[in-house]
Ligand binder design. Structure first.
Ligand SMILES: NC(=O)c1ccc[n+]([C@@H]2O[C@H](COP(=O)([O-])OP(=O)(O)OC[C@H]3O[C@@H](n4cnc5c(N)ncnc54)[C@H](O)[C@@H]3O)[C@@H](O)[C@H]2O)c1
Length: 446
């Protein structure tokens, strides 16, 4: 489907680049497709909970539509964005709102790829909460679609910790040789949310909750209030461990923590993956998991191993006085001359060997600036050069890697992977694990 409002988008870009002083009109007055306002017309899909973290970044835009399957949450969001049209079905919202520029999506993980695909297919900019999808196929489709539309839309996966200054400090240190030549990267997360299986059916959904829409494209599971019992903003911890609704900690804290490494290593999709963990449960994603990925050399480094640990599995560091367990979510870079260990906010360098005197470290004259405010970067990109730090190419490669970890865990054997075709080359049956089946009536590429 073609972009629905190139005129408005071109106008916004030209105006922003030229620094034209625009008369900003109140929302509803001449807003929309051909409006002389430089505000984006945004649909906020999944309007409460995590969405509240985005209210500030979009409050000066035109939030013209709100969509939430829970009418109570919809009303809470509507109190903030008065005048926005309300929807409970995001498909209807995207089909009926003809003047949209952009979508901010904060729904459940199992609907992310759907909302993003429908939005991109309608020429809309997308801010999508992590994870981009819950299968390899979903993530690949989002990346491909974004790349086809790269000159037209701005997209960002919601790994907002990327704005922390530590991210680029770590990158500079490794790239400038503080640990010698990079050999391997180990990332971990210690969160453990154990469940035995889907919650037992209990009661009926309240009338304000459109439960069938909440289930959306996934196989039906009977209602339980447990799925909705969390605090706003962290309710995802009530459902993201179940295979039909999420990917557990791989896609949750894994997206954020692997991002510390991804910002440094300039990797694409891995060529081999193997994983071990606790016994497979067909209902619940693993708590304990170790997934190892092989990445070919690039222009500045040789081939490297990247390893993800979670739920009690941890890298071993034979470093006196260093206890990695004290860092809940962290990354350790191993080089020929030392280790760099990083949390989200801080880092330490541990040189090793007699020759480890740091003379090989040649810091750049000026450190790389932090990226600036994460959500604002996307808003600005929509109006100017369409460039975002965590677009669906950068994030898509990272998420495809993480999703492959779960595939290898389920396949229970080392897998060879062709990043170009997206196929496992040494075990044909394992290719079935790259995608999932959707309920009738739900179309991913719609
Ligand atoms: N970037 C971060 O740091 C961060 C932090 C927390 C959550 N998240 C992500 O945000 C998302 C939402 O998490 P949450 O804890 O707010 O979850 P939640 O269960 O509270 O859902 C958020 C809102 O979306 C609504 N919703 C659910 N499915 C919907 C659908 N199909 N259509 C429309 N509305 C729908 C819910 O009613 C709720 O109001 C998750 O994907 C999670 O991974 C990201």
């Amino acid at each position: 489907m073609a972009a629905n409002n190139p005129t408005r988008r071109d106008f916004l870009k030209t105006a922003a680049v030229a620094g034209v002083g625009l008369t900003i009109l109140p929302s509803g007055v001449l807003s929309g497709k051909n409006s002389p306002s430089d505000k984006l017309n945004i649909a906020l899909i999944g309007a409460y909970g995590r969405a509240m973290a985005h209210y500030d970044a979009i409050k000066n835009e035109n939030v013209v539509a709100l969509c939430d399957v829970d009418e109570k949450n919809l009303a809470l969001a509507a109190a903030k964005f008065r005048g926005a049209k309300r929807y409970t079905d995001w498909r209807k919202c995207l089909d009926e709102e003809k003047n949209l520029d952009a979508v901010v999506c904060c729904t459940t993980d199992h609907t992310h790829a759907f909302v993003a695909m429908w939005a991109m297919n309608r020429g809309l900019h997308v801010y999508l909460e992590k994870p981009m999808g819950i299968t390899v196929e979903e993530v690949r489709l989002l990346r491909e679609t974004y790349l086809k539309n790269k000159g037209k839309i701005a997209v960002q996966q919601g790994t907002q910790r990327h704005e922390k200054p530590n991210f680029n400090r770590v990158r500079d240190l490794v790239r400038d040789g503080a640990i010698g030549d990079l050999k391997a990267v180990y990332a971990w997360g210690n969160r453990q949310l154990r469940r035995d299986g889907y919650p037992a059916p209990k009661g009926e959904p309240p009338s304000r909750l459109h439960y069938d829409l909440w289930i959306g494209p996934s196989p039906f599971h009977p209602y339980s209030p447990e799925y909705f019992a969390g605090r706003p903003g962290v309710n995802c911890l009530q459902w993201n461990m179940y295979w039909d609704f999420g990917t557990g900690q791989v896609g949750d804290m894994g997206s954020h923590t692997m991002d510390i490494a991804w910002n440094v290593i300039e990797a694409g999709v891995p060529t081999a993956v193997e994983a071990t963990g606790e016994e497979y449960n067909p209902e619940v994603t693993p708590v304990e998991l170790k997934a190892s990925f092989k990445h070919p050399a690039n222009s500045w480094r040789g081939p490297i191993d990247v390893v993800w640990y979670q739920g009690g599995a941890m890298p071993t560091a034979d470093l006196e006085g260093v206890d990695l367990n004290k860092i809940g979510h962290g990354v350790m870079f191993k080089g020929t001359k030392g280790f760099l260990i990083s949390s989200f906010d801080n880092r330490i360098i541990v040189p090793f060997g007699d020759a480890a005197d740091m003379t090989y470290y040649k810091p750049r004259p000026e450190p790389t600036e932090p990226m600036g405010r994460f959500q604002q970067e996307w808003v600005n990109a929509c109006k100017t050069d369409l460039k975002t730090t965590c677009d669906f190419e950068y994030s898509g490669n990272m998420m495809e890697q993480l999703m492959l970890g779960l595939v290898a865990y389920r396949a229970k054997k080392p897998l060879q992977y062709n990043p170009k075709t997206g196929r496992i080359t040494n075990d044909n049956a394992a290719n079935a694990l790259l995608s999932r089946k959707y309920r009738d009536g739900w179309i991913l590429n719609g």
